[in-house]
Design a protein around this ligand. Structure first.
Ligand code: NI
Ligand code: MN
Length: 227
């Protein structure tokens, strides 16, 4: 059984039954929702959905210190390699790969393509999300995205959906409810909200709006959930 540990915003550690640690969208040092610093975090793999700093800022220092393998789009990996990240696996939207811990597939996301830290502007990426199959379960991290009709293709294929509800930069609660209707996951964890005033949301109201469509697990930073 895998365990999801929430660090606030869109950042999770997904720890598999055999102890492999996947850190998704590492955002620690500038994340007002966690007391953890990136210097304290351990990882075997780092997954980045896109290049914005609130998902990618700590990926390079984490990869360099731990030697964890960075899994992201070709463009983000190419940029990270220019900053001293040697252990990386480039993939792209629609592609899947069987890693030792399980299968990862990148899904589409509709969002911005900047790669934080690239002062030249030479590296931009199509943002994505991840379907992570571990220990017999499938976790969907949507990344930052608008509601997409493509999410209908995930119907019945997701056990735990990590969906942004913050509005402004991503879908808000009403569209996230529609995403739940599209995907029909067993469990939904709202993410990408309450980090700053501009994305303040009422997670309990979201839970009520989802109603019987899925079980909503509202996680506080530091909480863990057995997938
Ligand atoms: Ni973003
Ligand atoms: Mn974001």
């Amino acid at each position: 059984m895998a365990r999801l540990i929430y660090h606030g915003h869109s950042t999770f550690t997904l720890e598999t039954a055999d102890g492999t640690r996947l850190v998704i969208d590492p955002f620690f040092d500038e994340n007002p929702r966690t007391d953890l610093t990136v210097a304290e975090v351990e990882a075997d793999y780092i997954l980045c959905t896109h290049g914005h700093s609130d998902h990618f800022a700590d990926a390079i220092p984490l990869a360099r210190r731990t030697g964890a393998r960075l899994i992201s789009t070709f463009e983000i990996v190419s940029f990270a390699e220019t900053r001293g990240v040697e252990n990386a696996h480039a993939m792209h939207i629609g592609g899947g790969f069987d890693f030792p811990f399980g299968r990862v597939k990148m899904t589409p996301a509709l969002h911005g393509g900047q790669v934080a830290g690239d002062d030249t502007g030479a590296f931009t990426t199509v943002p994505g999300g991840f379907l992570v199959h571990v220990d017999g379960k499938t976790v969907y991290h949507a990344g930052d995205t608008a509601l997409l009709t493509d999410m209908q293709l995930l119907k019945g294929a997701v056990d735990v959906a990590l969906l942004p509800i913050g509005d402004n930069f991503t879908m808000g609660p009403a569209d996230a409810v529609r995403a739940v209707e599209f995907i029909e996951p067993e469990v939904v964890v709202p993410i990408h909200y309450d980090t700053w005033e501009i994305i303040r949301q009422d997670a309990q109201a979201f839970r009520e709006a989802v109603g019987a469509r899925a079980r909503v697990e509202v996680m506080a930073p530091g909480d863990s959930y057995d997938v």
